[in-house]
Design a protein around this ligand. Structure first.
Ligand code: ATP
Ligand code: ZN
Ligand code: MG
Ligand code: MG
Length: 470
């Protein structure tokens, strides 16, 4: 980016996760995504540059194959003037939630420049209209069935629902959420409605709503909701019920929220024509009975309308949830089956450290890497190559379990000639929409032992807490 043009006053704090901090530009539809590090970690400029390039390559060459061209924006690595970075870092510091400040924004000179997905990318000419963007971090949508699992409970209760108990006990959240990812990924409209309603009621960090690019709803980590659900409905009403909204029509907040949920469900189940290459190469791993229902879910199957009983369940093959789920299911062994393979590779690397490159543990994320991911065989011949393949598949799956789906919606006017595929109709109005997936950084190899420990911690805590309740 051109140094003389960079003015920190044109950028503002947009959000952050555990690994990166995002600032958005006031006028143009772009964001800058910076890496974050613990203060004592000194990364060289070269290392940061390499890391960002790896993220870009991984999105471009690997995740696009799974999720489809249109959903993934890999962005570009940009070099920024150091004085601009110092001023920007100071400027955003006061806006950061305290719970995220353990890590610092990297100011070594590089960042990722991405389209601002909270604004409609494909329709820049519509900028003057209101735009709502709903970000959903759906988490893992299936119950594992690996033979390596030692705790039976993992085959009944999903990871998200078990983890809730630990998170509440540790004070991360005040209440247990009734959202269960398996309801969202079920493809059954009633279960999906139930999941989305619970996400709206107890958003935690799984749902955020932006209006014209600004966060208006959802937990900003430790802070409470910005708005309550009635206030949210108030914002949404003129948008979802345009005719009556301005003069405060008869729709109550509940109707407005239901309408939003209806639109989100339609978008999430929408069959994209966009072809993800992996969709054809990877045979669908069928969700056998029981693997698509979590016993901790608050959805009561008796609630299913009789007319819905005949409704086909399962996700349409081209929809965003299906594609995400498929990538998640590359985790076939579960961490319990994977950890011994990690140890096998570690032992090997102790003896032959120079082989790390051959195993592609740090990339490059290219065609060769992608080809290896396609080997779904579960026959362990004791080789390093088998272990490495399963590790890479696991890392891709973990990435898909942690990504966010961004749904941007903007009202259309009747006369417009738009691509019908981008138009979503609801009872009272129609919208152009765009769907994208963000946060597609490959999870590090080094994280595996940590994942292993965390898994048993979550399960043990869950077992303890339900026992205490009995
Ligand atoms: P996690 O802790 O989930 O791994 P992370 O540190 O990898 O998160 P991101 O999820 O990429 O960070 O970004 C943090 C937040 O910034 C997102 O949840 C989203 O709200 C916002 N964000 C990130 N990229 C974009 C984008 N391209 N357009 C709009 N908003 C974005
Ligand atoms: Zn669950
Ligand atoms: Mg994230
Ligand atoms: Mg991330």
């Amino acid at each position: 980016m051109e140094s003389e043009k960079m003015d920190e006053n044109e950028w503002s704090y947009h959000g952050e996760g555990n690994k990166s901090l995002v600032v958005s530009h006031a006028q143009s539809c772009v964001v800058l995504r910076f890496l974050k590090f613990l203060p004592n970690i000194n990364k060289s400029t070269e290392e940061v540059y390499q890391h960002l390039h790896n993220i870009l390559d991984f999105g471009k060459h690997i995740m696009k194959q799974f999720l489809g061209e249109n959903y993934v924006h890999h962005g570009e690595v940009v070099k920024l003037p150091l004085d601009f970075l110092k001023r920007l870092c100071l400027k955003v510091q006061s806006e950061r939630p305290e719970s995220r400040c353990e890590k610092e924004m990297d100011v070594s000179g590089y960042a990722m420049c991405l389209p601002n997905l909270t604004r409609l990318q494909t329709f820049p000419f519509l900028e003057c209209r209101p735009i709502f963007c709903i970000e959903i971090k759906p988490k893992c949508g299936f119950i594992p069935s690996s033979a390596h699992i030692t705790k039976e409970i993992k085959k009944k209760i999903c990871r998200f629902c078990m983890h809730q108990h630990l998170k509440v006990a540790k004070g991360k959240w005040k209440r247990i959420s009734k959202y269960c990812p398996l309801d969202l990924f079920s493809g059954n409209k009633q279960r999906m409605h139930f999941a989305l309603m619970n996400l709206l009621q107890e958003s935690q960090n799984n749902l955020k709503i932006f209006k014209n690019g600004e966060l208006i709803y959802g937990c900003r980590d430790d802070q409470e909701h910005f708005l309550d659900i009635n206030e949210l409905a108030h914002h949404l009403k003129p948008f979802l019920f345009p005719a009556s909204g301005l003069i405060s029509g008869p729709q109550c907040p509940k109707t407005v929220v239901k309408e939003l949920i209806h639109i989100l469900t339609t978008v999430l189940l929408n069959n994209s024509t966009d072809t993800a290459r992996a969709a054809n190469i990877m045979p669908f791993i069928p969700l056998s009975q029981g693997r698509n229902y979590c016993e901790a879910s608050h959805f009561c199957p008796d609630l299913l309308n009789s007319k819905h009983v005949t409704e086909a369940t399962g996700l349409p093959k081209g929809c965003i949830l299906y594609k995400t789920l498929q990538a998640q299911m590359l985790d076939m062994l579960d961490i319990e089956g994977l950890y011994p393979l990690y140890k096998r590779v570690e032992k090997y690397l102790e003896e032959f450290p120079e082989e790390r490159g051959t195993l592609l543990l740090d990339g490059p994320y290219d065609e060769t890497f992608f080809e290896k991911l396609k080997d779904l065989s579960l026959e362990d011949d004791g080789s390093i190559s088998y272990a490495a393949t399963k590790i890479q598949q696991y890392r891709v799956a973990m990435t898909a379990k942690d990504c966010s789906i961004m749904i941007a919606l903007s009202p259309t006017v009747q006369e417009e000639c738009l691509d019908p595929r981008s138009v979503i109709r609801s009872s009272k109005s129609s919208f152009i929409h765009s769907v994208s997936i963000l946060d597609l950084d490959l999870k590090p190899y080094e994280n595996i032992p940590h994942q292993y420990k965390r898994d048993s911690k979550i399960v043990n805590h869950y077992l303890k807490s339900i026992k205490a309740q009995e």
